[in-house]
Design a binder for this molecule. Structure first.
Ligand code: ADP
Ligand code: MG
Length: 237
């Protein structure tokens, strides 16, 4: 049965800078089903990051509401949102956001520490994830000892360690060369196909966007097109 895990209703986010207002997201409505892999594309400044951060509860909407996995987040306090995020969401960023003084294992473990998971359980979860990814060799290395592709893999494992219902990735290949970027996208593909991970991928790279089954095109804070992969093929995009 199809199950909507994200519903955005008339979502807007306005930033006020000095005396001017920027409508970064402007009345966006869409829904996203469990197991979907969607990309969000659009020019720089079109509101992609803001939309992803709204869905990721890192930003609070000015208007409209977001329902994730049946939970309406509208009236959540900041602490409730943090707790919800820790339990349900995983994030991958362009610049990896790993902590330099911690090993790969410790970086991946961090979300579980924040979520008060006991050590034995943390160790088991992190080690089995590292084994699944065949990355045992980098378990005890520090970020500075890793290539950018390896760093992004560690950050993806960190995003998955809480077994999130939704993986949110903002330009995850933006700081990688083409070949390494392709390998990271292959990893997203297999996470989606083999584990059924639901993925929202923000990218300005059309070849990356095409990995998804559906693409939302943003323009001036609005969704200008919302196309399924089959439709994109038919239209020759
Ligand atoms: N924290 C912020 N404060 C003020 N303006 C912001 C902030 N974040 C984003 N914006 C503005 O909102 C618009 C959309 O930005 P963003 O969501 O980052 O777009 P994209 O990710 O598509 O490049 C831009 O005009 C940007 O300058
Ligand atoms: Mg952005």
């Amino acid at each position: 049965m199809k199950q909507e895990i994200v519903v955005c209703e008339n979502l807007s986010k306005t930033f006020t800078v000095g005396s001017s207002e920027v409508k970064a997201v402007d009345g966006v409505s869409f829904s996203f089903e469990r197991g979907e892999f969607s990309s969000i594309v659009g020019p720089s400044g079109s509101g992609k990051t803001t939309l992803l951060n709204l869905i990721g509860t890192l930003e609070v909407p000015t208007q409209g509401r977001i329902i994730i996995n049946g939970t309406d987040l509208s009236h959540f306090t900041r602490d409730e949102l943090t707790n919800f995020r820790r339990k349900n969401l995983g994030f991958v960023f362009q610049f990896f956001n790993l902590i330099e003084g911690l090993t790969a294992f410790e970086n991946i473990e961090l979300p579980l520490i924040f979520d008060s998971v006991p050590y034995e359980q943390r160790k088991q979860t992190v080690d089995s994830l590292i084994q699944d990814f065949n990355l045992d060799y980098l378990r005890d290395k520090f970020p500075e000892e890793l290539s950018s592709g390896e760093r992004q893999r560690v950050s993806i494992m960190r995003a998955l360690v809480n077994n999130p219902i939704l993986l949110l990735a903002d330009e995850p290949t933006g700081n990688l060369d083409t070949k390494t970027g392709r390998a990271v996208l292959d990893l997203f593909d297999s996470l989606n196909k083999e584990r059924g991970t639901s993925i929202l991928l923000v990218t300005h790279d059309l070849s990356a966007a095409k990995r998804a089954n559906r693409t939302l095109h943003m323009h001036d804070g609005k969704i200008a097109f919302d196309m399924k992969m089959e439709e994109m093929i038919e239209e020759g995009i």
